[in-house]
Design a protein. Structure first.
Length: 372
C-alpha cells in the first residue's frame, strides 16, 4: 500500500488549546477553547509496536484498524534515551486538560533507535473518549505527538467482532489485543466475529490485503477446558529449540507456545500450554531478555505482580492437558518482589526495562529499572 498523508484522511492528534489552530479535514482553520487532542479519523488508540526501521504501528481497536506511521522528525526531536518521570499520569492529564482519573494509559513502547518512550492514552470514557500519543525523551520532557502531516498507511481487519450494546462487554475492544513485528510481518492477536473467535494474524508490511487469520485454541488448566473464544492478551516472539514461536499469555493466566510456521490463513491451530501462572489475573505486557548467559521471560500482571520465567525448559515442557491441582503448574517462575504496581513494560536496553508503575497512593510513574 502506498504512503498517504495523514492530512488526506484527517488523522490528527494535536493539543487544541485556546488560541491554537487546528487544521480540519477540508483545510479550513478553526480554534478551540478546550484542552483535548483532536483525533478526526482515529477512534481509539491501544497497543503499540515498532518496526525495526522506526515505523510505529498503532492499533485503533474501536475501528479494528492498524495504522503504520512514519514518525519522521517526531521520533528524534528530543534527548535520546528515557528518564524517570514521577506522577506522569498527572502531567499527561494536565496537558490534555483533565485530571488523572480521566485518562487511561493503553500501552508503552520504546523507540528502537532513540530509546524514547511512546505512550498511548485514552482521555475520557465510553463514546466520548479521545486518543492521544505522547513521547517522553531522555530529559524527561513529555510531548504530545502531533500526527498531522506525517505519512501513514492502514490495514483494517476483515472479520472483526461487532461492538457490544451499551453497558455490556464490548468484544470490539478486543479486536486487537497485542502486536509485534516479526521477520517483515506484523503479528496481530485479538478476536474475530467467527465461531473460533481467537485469532493470530500475520499481516505483510507494507500493508496489502489483510487475511482472515489463524484460529487458535488452547487447553486452560485452571478452567479445565478447551477454549477458542479467549484472545491472546500479550505475546512475544521467541525461538524455542531454534524454531520461531510466539509465547502467549491469556487471562487467568495460561502461558502457551505457538510455532510461527503454523500461522496460516484459515488454519485452526492448537497451542501447547506450558504453564499456568494463576487465576483472577491478566498479563499486561511481556518481554524476553538475556542475563548471565540465560534467557528469561518477564511478565507484568494485573494482580500477581511481575514474574521472571526461565525459558530454557520451554522446548521440553510437556503440554498441560488436564485441570491443574493448584493455582499454578507447568514451567516454573520467580516473583519479582522489587517491582510493584507495574502496568506496562518494554525493554529499554540490554540491562534495563522501562516500566509504568502505580504507587500505593495511586500515581503512575515512568521508571527505568535493572532487569532482574
Amino acid at each position: 500500500m502506498r504512503w498517504i498523508s495523514l492530512k488526506t484522511v484527517a488523522l490528527t492528534m494535536v493539543l487544541a488549546t485556546a488560541g491554537w489552530a487546528v487544521v480540519s479535514e477540508r483545510g479550513t482553520v478553526a480554534t478551540a477553547g478546550v484542552q483535548e487532542p483532536a483525533a478526526s479519523g482515529l477512534q481509539s488508540i491501544g497497543p503499540l509496536a515498532f518496526g525495526p526501521d522506526g515505523v510505529l504501528f498503532a492499533a485503533d481497536r474501536q475501528a479494528a484498524t492498524i495504522y503504520a506511521i512514519d514518525l519522521g522528525k517526531k521520533a528524534d526531536g528530543g534527548a535520546p534515551g528515557a528518564k524517570d518521570v514521577t506522577g506522569i499520569d498527572g502531567q499527561i492529564a494536565a496537558m490534555l486538560g483533565t485530571d488523572s482519573k480521566n485518562i487511561q494509559v493503553t500501552d508503552l513502547a520504546v523507540h528502537p533507535k532513540t530509546r524514547n518512550a511512546f505512550i498511548s492514552v485514552m482521555r475520557g470514557t465510553g463514546a466520548d473518549a479521545k486518543p492521544a500519543l505522547l513521547r517522553v525523551d531522555g530529559a524527561g520532557k513529555i510531548e504530545i505527538v502531533a500526527l498531522d502531516g506525517l505519512k501513514m498507511s492502514k490495514a483494517t481487519l476483515p472479520n472483526a467482532p461487532a461492538a457490544g450494546a451499551a453497558g455490556q462487554r464490548n468484544p470490539r475492544m478486543e479486536s486487537i489485543t497485542d502486536m509485534a513485528f516479526v521477520d517483515g510481518k506484523l503479528v496481530v492477536a485479538g478476536l474475530s466475529n467467527e465461531e473460533f473467535a481467537s485469532k493470530l494474524r500475520t499481516v505483510a508490511y507494507p500493508f496489502k490485503d489483510v487475511e482472515a487469520g489463524t484460529s487458535v485454541e488452547i487447553y486452560h488448566g485452571n478452567h479445565g477446558q478447551f477454549e477458542t473464544r479467549s484472545p491472546v492478551i500479550s505475546f512475544v516472539p521467541y525461538k524455542v529449540d531454534n524454531t520461531p514461536h510466539l509465547i502467549a499469555g491469556y487471562t487467568c493466566t495460561p502461558l502457551v507456545k505457538f510455532p510461527v510456521s503454523s500461522l496460516k490463513p484459515g488454519a485452526k491451530v492448537m497451542g501447547t500450554t506450558i504453564a499456568e501462572l494463576g487465576n483472577r489475573n491478566r498479563p499486561t505486557d511481556m518481554v524476553v531478555y538475556r542475563k548471565g548467559g540465560k534467557d528469561y521471560l518477564l511478565i507484568a500482571n494485573t494482580s500477581r505482580g511481575v514474574m521472571k520465567v526461565p525459558t530454557e525448559t520451554f522446548g521440553a515442557a510437556p503440554g498441560i492437558t488436564a485441570r491443574v491441582s493448584s493455582e499454578t503448574g507447568g514451567v516454573g517462575f520467580e516473583p519479582v518482589a522489587s517491582l510493584k504496581g507495574v502496568e506496562q513494560l518494554d525493554l529499554l536496553d540490554d540491562q534495563r526495562a522501562l516500566i509504568l508503575a502505580r504507587a500505593d497512593g495511586g500515581a503512575l510513574s515512568l521508571q527505568a529499572v535493572s532487569l532482574p
